[in-house]
Design a protein around this ligand. Sequence first.
Ligand code: EPZ
Length: 423
Amino acid sequence: MAKFVIHGRKPLKGEIEVSGAKNAALKIFPLALLTRGTIRVSNVPEIEDVSRSREMLTALNYEVKKIKKGIFEINPPTGGQKKFELPSNLVNKFRASIMFVGPMLASRGKVSFPHPGGCVIGAGTRPIDLFLDSFHKMGAKINAASNYYRLTAKKLKAADIFFSKISVTATESLMMTACFAQGETTLKNCALEPEIVSLAEFLNSCGAKIQGAGTATIKIKGIKKLRGGEYKIIPDRIEAGTFAMLAAASNSGPVLIKNCVPEHLEALWNLFDKIGVNYVLNKNSVKIGRSKKLLSCDVSTHEYPGFATDLQSPYTVLMTQTHGSSLIHETIYDRRLLFTDSLTQMGANIIMADPHRVVVNGPSKLHGRKLVSPDLRAGVALIIAALLAQGKTEIDNIYQIDRGYERLDERLRGLGADIKRLA
Ligand code: EPZ
């Protein structure tokens, strides 16, 4: 199994570029099921989850052509038998495979698939009830047996849908699916993430009639067809925030984080003000300088524009280097703090109060260890801890990290990090 070998305590300085957003890219490939004509998408991060998404489209007889680095052209099938089943070997690999269900149901009238896989960050398997309830409201018949689902709908009809929980992918999926429902659909209690706004803008450029993306209420008028189009993936705010916290924690900069959208991370800069991080925001970049004394600060994860749950793991590592106690409250998922056990093994002083809360006391000297990456965000947090630690760390199961970060080791070496990938 591939692993990273890291020798910590090297000063980190220089420039690092942010890639296109994983959680935007993973919505564009499924969208191709709804459009007639070519989709040309650029700034695509070359990460494992995107590869799985491309493989899914290819398995459905779509042509996904790589034009050059980060640029792909997607063309609908020109013949061959229409498929209605999503390949289990791919659906099991990533949660975002759920994004293919709605467009398949809307464009082909039926779809069957196993329960999606991906990061084990919620209790048991991550639920899809919000999707199934909404498709049912739009007239779909749902047959669910032992974690396998068969959905059919001759013609979807518009509906008023109130999401009982704020969900990013449920908002995006129903926004796409409702484009092909008869009448006007209203989605309420929607997620507000920038990736949703960007997706709606692209859909509207292909002929959709979507209003209100980025607010809690989205209205979608049903249309007959969507044309293809050109789309540039927005920068990955989670990657930008993660690099900013790495630079703040190593406190050896300056580090310039380029090609990002600082206003997508206001919750983080708000925390940086309280912690005392020396940073400068520019239009498309952030500079992290050396800070005097970093102070601990409590945080609660929250839906956008609150503090993102995907930034919680790196933040928890940062809090092992600040002065004082901090309460980390993970409100979205109930298995996303389990990785703190690895930090404690490295020498951190962390008390788990319950599955949603830990108290971090700092600063702590961290020491290198043999570790395993449990999932994407915890994996990158362990890399940050290893870069701060005395001595050598080995991190196994790095496929989890490659799922969401493009050539991360190479880019970190660009800042002076001593990190090697061993196949
Ligand atoms: C998206 O996941 C992101 N993934 C996640 O990023 C991110 O953590 C999450 O939004 C929250 O910001 C993608 O966009 C591919 P949710 P999503 O549905 O949409 C519950 C990463 O590391 N829920 O917003 O799957 C759910 O259990 C990943 O990049 C239901 O109860 O997350 C959770 O508690 C991890 N029923 C809450 O809603 C449902 O049907 C929010 O989850 C769906 C969700």
